[in-house]
Design a protein around this ligand. Sequence first.
Ligand code: SF4
Ligand code: SF4
Ligand code: SF4
Length: 183
Amino acid sequence: MSNTPVNPSRRGFFTATILTHEGREQVKKQLTRRGLYPPGLLSIASAENCLECTGICADSCPQNIISLHSKEHQYYGQPYLDFSNNGCTFCNECNHACPAISHKLPGPDKAIIGKAHLDKDVCHAWNGIICMSCYSVCPDKLYKFDKRRKVSIDQSPCNGCGFCIRVCPASAISIISLNANQT
Ligand code: SF4
Ligand code: SF4
Ligand code: SF4
């Protein structure tokens, strides 16, 4: 898989524009991927393949969780997963729709997007507020609560589907990629 940035010359431009703290934060955002790759597109998403595409993968996703990096972004045109409204069902529709992929995956497949990570510092259950919102949405019931109602995740079976992200009122959950190129 190639993770070549869409326009490497932009990095120099961004660097040259660093003037204020606000400016630095803005540049950091523009140089950082906004989310992980959709599982069906891991083998293909790259600058060369995506730049001229209108985002067929995004239109194909029944869960509506694929977005494209915007024009001012280092990764302009490349797809990323946005779990703010839904999660991934691993249907592979994105893989089948992408015109740049010649080797199509056979069908629904349990690929691994990443592993859910819980930030105890902000999680309600760890900070004296009763909350179990994540428990019921996880298809594999990986959230466990102890007698004191403190929560933990059984990470090893987690595939990073992201269904737990949307329901967390404290934004305490994130999906950590196992692929170093995506971080
Ligand atoms: S596998 Fe299906 S649900 Fe997941 S990102 Fe692709 S199209 Fe969307
Ligand atoms: S990412 Fe999916 S499988 Fe993992 S804990 Fe969240 S809901 Fe469960
Ligand atoms: S939904 Fe979020 S805040 Fe609530 S217990 Fe789960 S991780 Fe903590």
